[in-house]
Design a protein around this ligand. Structure first.
Ligand SMILES: Nc1ncnc2c1ncn2[C@@H]1O[C@H](COP(=O)(O)OP(=O)(O)OP(=O)(O)O)[C@@H](O)[C@H]1O
Ligand SMILES: [Mg+2]
Length: 210
């Protein structure tokens, strides 16, 4: 009996997940905006900046009087992001430190990591006070954004990039490699670990306000 050879069906974007956005998260100053800009240059992706979205659509209830941080309305932010993604019409890159707090349907999550000592220098160049900087350094030592991402996304799609060990262009190149073959990238996945600094003399957290 003659057998009919089946031609494999082309995998659609929906099946491969390639139509889903890429999420970039990480503590403030970890390099998300720089990475997103470089990645957009390489891929033509549309950038969705959470900070810009929050400001443009006033997605916050109040501003913290102690440090000026906006108290963001997360359900409203999630709805606004979904709307932006569906109207992007091209690959979208969502970037912002709050991205790790949200359940976004994503194809890849990049957590920008930064050596806390480097992070301190970066944040010192901004209007961050010492307390706010230390709080972010502490988040970095405790892997906060990675752990929070693991609560909201499958671990298989979460990757870290150490921006203190590379330029934004190199970080974007690494992100592109991961995007192109996520399974191969998973085999050599590396996680940053700055937990040892929690007990170092160099960064003293005893002065953090209660
Ligand atoms: N890979 C990198 N190598 C060297 N410097 C970097 C790198 N990524 C970012 N920087 C520098 O660190 C600073 C912070 O970067 P960036 O604004 O991209 O951080 P961010 O994570 O978007 O911060 P925020 O959450 O506050 O928006 C910038 O001065 C930038 O030039
Ligand atoms: Mg930014």
């Amino acid at each position: 009996m003659a057998t009919k050879k089946r031609t494999p069906k082309p995998r659609t974007a929906a099946k491969t997940g390639s139509n889903k956005p890429i999420v970039i998260t990480g503590v403030p100053g970890s390099g998300k905006t720089s990475l997103a800009a470089e990645l957009a240059k390489l891929t033509g992706a549309k950038i969705i900046s959470i900070n810009d979205l929050v400001a443009a659509q006033s997605l916050f209830s109040e501003t913290d009087v102690t440090d000026g941080a906006k108290i963001v309305l997360l359900p409203k932010l999630l709805a606004a992001i979904k709307k932006e993604v569906s109207s992007a019409g091209a690959m979208a890159v969502i970037e912002g430190h709050l991205a790790c707090e949200l359940r976004i349907s994503a194809r890849l999550v990049i957590v920008c990591r930064c050596n806390p000592k480097v992070l301190r220098k970066r944040l010192a160049l901004r209007d961050y006070g010492q307390e706010k900087s230390k709080a972010n350094e502490l988040c970095e030592m405790l892997d906060y954004c990675t752990l929070q991402s693991e609560r909201n996304f499958p671990k298989s799609i979460i990757f870290e990039i150490d921006t203190s060990a590379s330029t934004p262009a190199q970080s974007a190149q690494r992100a592109l490699e991961i995007m192109q073959d996520i399974k191969a990238a998973a085999k050599k996945r590396a996680w940053a670990d700055w937990s040892g600094m929690l007990f170092s003399q160099e960064i003293d957290f005893r002065s953090l306000k209660q």
